[in-house]
Design a protein around this ligand. Structure first.
Ligand code: ADP
Ligand code: GLC
Length: 498
């Protein structure tokens, strides 16, 4: 076996963490999980943590790998051959599970090209979890292949922690953290799959993988982890209630203080309006007038007329979670107030159809782009006046954080991370000059329409609006604080507090 190439722990790096995730930028992304998994290694590095990320070898990932070496092979990983590739991504070590039978397919990480979930997702991510647990448990020999802690993200990595805990072949069971990025996706499967997982019978228990008579991948991880984190303090409390806990509220409540909220940060290098190559014109809080060129460019790009009302933007998955079903109707209200709307997103076909109808009702006032476009999302944050985020639940949310950084004022539902990151422009906050956006409670036509009315009224008082933009841009949601919070947690769990 060749020397393990992730063995390059820089001086002072005393703790090695294996971060197990189904997506991470810059290799593969369907949502905020990828932003967070991609940013974590850099966020924790200043605190003496060396983080290796482990990803499935989808074609999108394999194509981008450079100088990868095989460091381990399985003849039979849940019935299929597989190998483990090691390389680096940026400054950080990366492991990729190359298992063509599971991951070498067209389409996205979880679904075929038509958007239908693969029906063997349980086997694909069980194999991923088993492989990750093997790596954590020392299957890969060689200098530096040892890890001190496992950090698993979302249901796709959940079984890693069950294998880590129950597998009789694992000599050591590492300390572990399970992060919930979204309780709505639990990886719940029929009980019949249990036999094929290769877990001991003792794992079929209420404190194991068994979940309402089936197998729950997220639940298994939540049960096995030493500490459960989620991505905002408010969501950590909300998931103790049935509406947000979605069946796992009892487990969350039972885990008590071992469930904590650590707010996501944003990559302030990627998202910096002063140095963003996607923008027509870079700008800063001190030179807000430079934003205008970006707004004009955005209007042109979406075929929108100019107007004296605000340009609202939406960058979102088009789903019920995101409140996007309410938007088409509210769009009429927005236009009636003199606003315009530019939307980028994809998702539920019924919502897409209604949005197209709204755009057809208001040519030159509403522009829609169905699809996924990273650079366009930057141009929208840089040119829009306000971003709408009417989520019914939002574990953290990143687009409102990008909006804050770019002076694109967030108009958000008061839930989860949205509640934790935006300061509502109420009378007291305005008087003290600390408002950074607009919040509203409960997602419905009336509440969203009311919030849009408030935004338009504030926009029409330029001094107030600019004050909000400047306060927004002064908010600091970089990884500095949260990177340390994760590092402190890893140290506590490994008994290596500094
Ligand atoms: P979620 O992960 O629930 O979709 P987040 O707000 O945490 O929500 O993260 C969404 C991420 O995906 C952000 O980085 C956002 O900019 C990006 N995004 C969402 N939809 C699109 C799109 N259609 N085009 C480009 N980026 C998008
Ligand atoms: C999930 C959540 C989102 C969060 C992201 C990253 O996709 O829906 O709120 O920001 O994960 O943690």
């Amino acid at each position: 076996m060749p020397d393990y190439p992730v063995d390059d722990r820089p001086t002072g790096m005393t703790l090695k963490v294996l971060s197990v995730a189904s997506e991470a930028v810059p290799l593969v992304k369907t949502g905020g999980l990828a932003d967070v998994a991609g940013a974590l290694p850099t966020a924790v590095a200043p605190h003496g943590i060396s983080m290796t990320t482990m990803l499935p070898g989808y074609p999108a990932v394999r194509q981008k790998l450079k100088r990868a070496r095989t460091v381990h092979a399985w003849d039979d990983l849940l019935g299929e051959p597989a190998r483990l590739l090691a390389t680096r991504i940026g400054d950080h070590p990366l492991l990729v599970l190359d298992a063509p039978a599971f991951f070498d397919r067209p389409g996205g990480p979880y679904a075929d090209p038509h958007g239908t979930d693969w029906d063997d997702n349980w086997r694909r991510f069980a194999a991923f979890g088993r492989a990750a647990a093997d790596v954590a448990g020392g299957a890969v020999t060689g200098k530096g292949a040892q890890f001190d802690l496992i950090h698993a993200h979302d249901w796709q990595a959940g079984l890693t922690l069950a294998y880590n805990r129950f597998a009789p072949w694992a000599e050591i069971s590492l300390p572990s953290v399970m992060t919930i990025h979204n309780m709505a996706f639990q990886g719940y499967f029929d009980a019949r799959i249990f036999r094929s997982l290769g877990l001991p019978r003792s794992a079929w228990a209420i404190d194991g993988v068994e979940t309402y008579g089936g197998v729950g991948f997220l639940k298994a991880g939540l049960q096995a982890a030493d500490v459960v984190t989620t991505v905002s303090p408010s969501y950590a409390i909300e998931i103790r209630r049935p509406e947000f806990g979605m069946g796992l509220e009892g487990l969350i409540a039972a885990r008590g203080d071992n469930v904590i909220g650590i707010l996501n940060g944003i990559d302030s290098h990627e998202w910096n309006p002063g140095h963003d190559p996607a923008l027509a014109r870079p700008f800063s809080a001190r030179k807000l007038s430079a934003r205008r060129a970006n707004k004009r460019a955005l209007e042109a790009e979406f075929g929108l007329e100019r107007g004296d009302g605000p340009l609202f933007i939406v960058v979102s998955r088009l789903t019920w979670q995101k409140g996007m079903d309410v938007l088409p109707e509210v769009a009429d209200h927005l236009v009636g107030l003199g606003g315009r709307l530019a939307l980028l997103g994809s998702g539920d076909p019924a919502i897409e159809r209604e949005l197209h109808k709204a755009a057809a009702r208001h040519p030159g006032r509403i522009g829609i782009r169905i699809g996924y476009d990273e650079a366009l999302s930057h141009r929208m944050q840089g040119g829009g006046d306000a971003i709408l985020v009417p989520s019914r639940f939002e574990p953290c949310g990143l687009t409102q954080l990008y909006g804050l950084a770019y002076g694109c004022v967030p108009v958000v539902a008061r839930t989860g991370g949205l509640a934790d990151t935006v300061i509502d422009a109420n009378t007291a906050a305005l008087a003290q000059g600390v408002a950074t956006g607009i919040q509203f409670t409960g997602v419905s036509y009336d509440t969203l329409a009311g919030a849009i009315s408030r935004a338009v009224a504030l926009y029409r008082v330029p001094a107030l609006w600019q004050q909000i933009q400047k306060s927004a841009m002064a908010s600091d949601f970089s990884w500095a604080v949260s990177g340390k919070a994760y590092a402190d947690l890893y140290r506590r769990l490994t008994g290596t507090e500094q």
